[in-house]
Each structure stands twice: as structure tokens, then as C-alpha cells.
Design a protein around this ligand. Structure first.
Ligand code: ADP
Length: 287
């Protein structure tokens, strides 16, 4: 860890809010800025980082100074228990001490080399692993944590716990990201349906797009946003104000970001990620 300049922990109160997606895209972005980046996945029971970085089926190699990360590019190395599982469908049924031992090994025995940033994707919640990784990283000089949430109250209640966990164990909260804030899509990406009186749905996409192309082509570049999740309680912005932690920004629910994650790609090099990539960029620039 002595050769790693900055260490950032990515946390979430719940699973499925986009923590791994954010960790992966943050790592892609930092690598594209020519930093030397390591991405460590300690979500031992649900490691999705290998898939999100396009590294499924890869294996870790052992060198005489430790485990070698799997490289996406020369300046982006990844380590995950996902690389050690013979079968991706196999569950990892381990008790706390075994998980903690592996986390310790990931931090001590991986030959990261000189890194500008180590991004650590933690499991959701505030369990045994969080206490261990917090302690290990704090001893090695942790910069702080970024917490990812969605805007609805059920997610934010858990984020409050996460913030208080950080305060209790002395981890600085660098900020909170509100993911899947609203569903935002280019109008030209929509599927248009017309409901008949009998309740059938007719696909009239081509007809609508043709009409727009002819009558008002500028409409095709409009982004339509819809609040999918309830944010009437003020969402993460209000929660951050209440709890005195920085709010980093909102990332929309973007089908192209989901596709990029499914295919293990950076959304910053994908022109179709025109809605989510700028939002992620603004957040990363604040760090
Ligand atoms: P977590 O790490 O919090 O469990 P993931 O990062 O695995 O969550 O995300 C869960 C699913 O949601 C994944 O399929 C991911 O591609 C998708 N996803 C996450 N954030 C977004 C977003 N902003 N827009 C679209 N899909 C997203």
C-alpha cells in the first residue's frame, strides 16, 4: 500500500444501487486521465467487477512479489475474488474471518506497483468486512469514502447508517452520489406505443420518428427524463444537508450505461452514453 498515493472506498447502504457500476466507471475515467489505477473488488459474495471491466474468465497470476492484478489497459489493473472462482455460478459461502483474511491478502499481497489511485468496491452495508477494510485502509492512509445511493427513502435510510458508520470509525465521507435519479433518454431512443381501445399496444416508433425527422428534427436530440423513483423526500441532496456531508451529484438511469456495464466497457468512449457520461464526469471532476 506504500506505493499507492490515493485510496478511495466506494460504499452503499443497499445492493443494486450502482456501486460497482460507479466504481468501474470511476476507474475507467481515472485511467483515461492517464493516472495509474487499481480497482479492488472486495464484494466477496457478489463480485461483478470482472464482468463490468470486460475481464470475465481471466485468472490471477502469481509473481515472485505477489499476486498480479488482471490488466484492462497498462494503467488499469483489477483484482477480484471473481478471478479465483472456478465456476461463476458457485456461491461463496464463507464466514467473516475467512473473508477478512482474503481482504487482508488483497491489500498486502497484490503487486499493484506504483498507483495514483486505488478504488475499492466494498460489499453493501456495514458488516464485518467494512470494519476490516476500514481499519486496514486507514492504517495505510485512506483518503475517504464515496457513498452511492438511489433517491428513494428506503435507500437513503441505509445511507444514513453508512454515513454514521463512517463517522464512528473515522472514515471521511468524500461525498454521496445519487444514482438512477431519473430515467433520461434521447427521444430518438424511445419506443413509441399507441394504445388501442381494446388495450392493445401498437408499435408506432418508426411512424413517430419519421414524423419528427420531417417536421421537427431538433426534437430527436431532446432528452426526456422521468422520475422513476420517488424523490419527494428531497433525495440525497437533502440527506447530505441534514447529515453535513458533501453531495457530489446525480447520475441518471441510462440504458446505455447499463449496456456499457453489461459489456464491460467504459461509457466515456461510447457516444450513446451522452446522458450519463457527462453527469459522471462532473462528479469525478469534483473529487
Ligand atoms: P451494486 O454494486 O450497488 O449492487 P450494480 O453496480 O451492480 O449495483 O448495478 C446494478 C445494475 O444496475 C447493473 O445491471 C448496472 O448495470 C445497472 N445500473 C447501475 N447504475 C445504472 C445507471 N445509472 N443507469 C442504468 N443502469 C444502471
Amino acid at each position: 500500500m506504500a506505493t499507492v498515493k490515493h485510496k478511495i472506498l466506494i460504499l452503499s447502504g443497499k445492493g443494486g444501487v450502482g456501486k460497482s457500476t460507479f466504481s468501474a466507471q470511476l476507474s475507467f475515467a481515472l485511467a483515461a486521465m492517464d493516472f495509474q489505477v487499481g480497482l479492488l473488488d472486495i464484494d466477496i459474495c457478489g463480485p461483478s467487477i470482472p464482468k463490468m471491466l470486460g475481464l470475465e474468465g481471466q485468472e490471477i497470476h502469481q509473481s515472485n512479489i505477489g499476486w498480479s492484478p488482471v490488466y484492462v489497459e497498462s494503467n488499469l489493473g483489477v483484482m477480484s475474488i471473481g478471478f479465483m472462482l472456478p465456476n461463476p455460478d458457485e456461491p461463496v459461502i464463507w464466514r467473516g474471518p475467512r473473508k477478512n483474511a482474503l481482504i487482508k491478502q488483497f491489500l498486502k499481497d497484490v503487486d499493484w506497483g506504483e498507483l495514483d489511485f486505488l478504488v475499492v468496491d466494498a460489499p453493501p452495508g456495514t458488516s464485518d468486512e467494512h470494519i476490516s477494510i476500514g481499519q486496514f485502509l486507514q492504517a495505510a492512509g485512506l483518503d475517504g469514502a464515496i457513498i452511492v445511493t438511489t433517491p428513494q427513502q428506503v435507500s437513503l435510510i441505509d445511507v444514513r447508517k453508512e454515513v454514521n458508520f463512517c463517522k464512528k470509525v473515522g472514515i471521511e465521507v468524500l461525498g454521496v452520489v445519487e444514482n438512477m435519479s431519473s430515467l433520461c433518454q434521447l427521444l430518438s431512443d424511445f419506443k413509441f406505443l399507441r394504445m388501442t381501445d381494446a388495450g392493445e399496444q401498437n408499435d408506432v416508433t418508426e411512424w413517430v420518428l419519421e414524423y419528427m425527422r420531417e417536421k421537427a428534427p431538433e426534437l430527436l436530440n431532446l432528452v426526456a427524463c422521468s422520475e422513476v423513483f420517488d424523490s419527494s423526500g428531497g433525495g440525497a441532496t437533502k440527506m447530505c444537508k441534514d447529515m453535513g456531508v458533501p453531495f457530489l451529484g446525480k447520475v441518471p438511469l441510462d440504458p446505455h450505461l447499463c449496456k456499457a456495464a453489461e459489456e464491460g466497457r467504459s461509457c466515456f468512449t461510447d457516444s450513446r452514453c451522452g446522458v450519463s457520461a457527462p453527469a459522471l464526469k462532473r462528479i469525478i471532476e469534483k473529487l
